[in-house]
Design a protein around this ligand. Structure first.
Ligand code: ZN
Ligand code: ZN
Length: 350
């Protein structure tokens, strides 16, 4: 029972270490399977038999807690992100911009999406290339002092099984990047980097510019279609249906007509409206996290912590009191995103 309380990653590390020290024997199909699952296995049939108990325990833990043991960064979502952005901008430039220019829309308004794109690309590059706050041997001592352990979400003395260092409060090991990150928020597949103490500000600006960009394109495109409807005086017209009956133009007919006349523009408008709603909601959630000085990891951990305590408490005690130890008031919380205490500490030392 005591052994089962080890985290799956601790067990996996222990397993990997013993695999690396094993003698070289030709690979068995089971060993190939194991290599595929662990990513670093050099094991052997006879050796697996000896270690079967350990590996069964690892995989039962992994299946229960982490269904996908994939631990590598890949550029799939970055490519998808760039392709979608390129498709929207190509359509905007090719059709919407030209039509709006002919309809005498203000040039500054038409150029605004390009300015936002430049800002967004800058934030994207900074966010994906910047060090999110990787904990190394040289900065470990100073990062240990940055935040105090709250005793609930972050306990003192927990050692990262992979990096083999004591985890500073608010840090987490990222299984994609395979490093421990200071003030870990989450691993973002769209920028292919971790979001931590040092690049949270770039991520915040990246998300904000992306939301404004989608909203601006949606507004300009919608304004263009409304202008087309008004100029054609379509709303006051009528149409004859398949049965030969005459009807006044209603909204459904109008959308159908616009879709048949400008299919790509209407499709793009639907996409950017959906994107604006999703990004807007996510942006609001991130503002809430910033104002309350929580990372996404802490928000998620707190929910799990509360749930596990509800299960262990008696019905009369069912009230978990947790006070966010890192909140310092709205203004200071917001300031912490743009001026991380660890960065200030580093500057002071210089
Ligand atoms: Zn680590
Ligand atoms: Zn990561």
């Amino acid at each position: 029972m005591g052994e089962l309380q080890q985290s799956p990653w601790q067990l996996q590390n222990e397993f990997r270490q013993s695999l690396l020290s094993a003698p070289q024997i030709p690979l068995h199909p089971a060993a190939w399977m194991c290599r595929w699952l662990t990513g670093s296995c050099q094991c052997l049939a006879c050796w697996i038999e000896v270690n079967l108990a350990v590996s069964c325990k690892i995989w039962s833990c992994l299946i229960l807690t982490r269904p996908s043991p994939c631990c590598c960064r890949n550029y799939l979502f970055v490519v998808l992100h760039i392709a979608l952005q390129a498709a929207v901008y190509a359509e905007y430039t090719w059709e919407v911009f030209v039509y709006c220019w002919e309809l005498e829309f203000h040039l500054v308004l038409l150029l605004l999406p390009y300015l936002l794109l430049l800002g967004n690309m800058g934030c994207f590059i900074l966010c994906s290339c910047a060090n999110p706050g990787i904990i190394t041997k040289s900065n470990h001592a100073s990062l240990m002092k940055t935040y105090a352990y709250d005793g609930a979400l972050f306990q003192e003395g927990i050692v990262c099984a992979t990096c083999n260092v004591e985890k500073p409060a608010r840090s987490k090991h990222c299984s994609f990047c395979d490093v421990c990150v200071h003030r870990f928020d989450h691993h973002c597949v769209w920028v292919n980097n971790c979001i931590g103490a040092f690049n949270a500000k770039y991520f915040f600006l990246y998300l904000f510019t992306l939301t404004v960009m989608a909203a601006t394109i949606a507004i300009i495109t919608a304004a263009f279609l409304i202008q087309v409807v008004l100029l054609s005086n379509m709303m006051h017209g009528s149409y004859i249906d398949d049965q030969g009956q005459e009807h006044a133009v209603e909204i459904f007919f109008l959308i159908q007509h616009l879709f048949l006349t400008f299919p790509r523009i209407v499709f793009m408008l639907g996409f950017v409206i959906l994107l604006t709603l999703i990004l807007g909601a996510y942006c609001c959630f991130n503002i809430y996290l910033a104002l309350t000085n929580q990372t996404f990891n802490e928000w998620y951990k707190f929910r799990r912590y509360r749930h596990s305590h509800h299960l262990t408490l008696q019905p009369c005690d069912r009230k978990v009191v947790y006070k966010n130890a890192y909140a310092k008031g709205v203004w200071m919380n917001l300031k912490e995103i743009f001026k991380s205490p660890a960065v200030l500490e580093r500057k002071k030392k210089k």
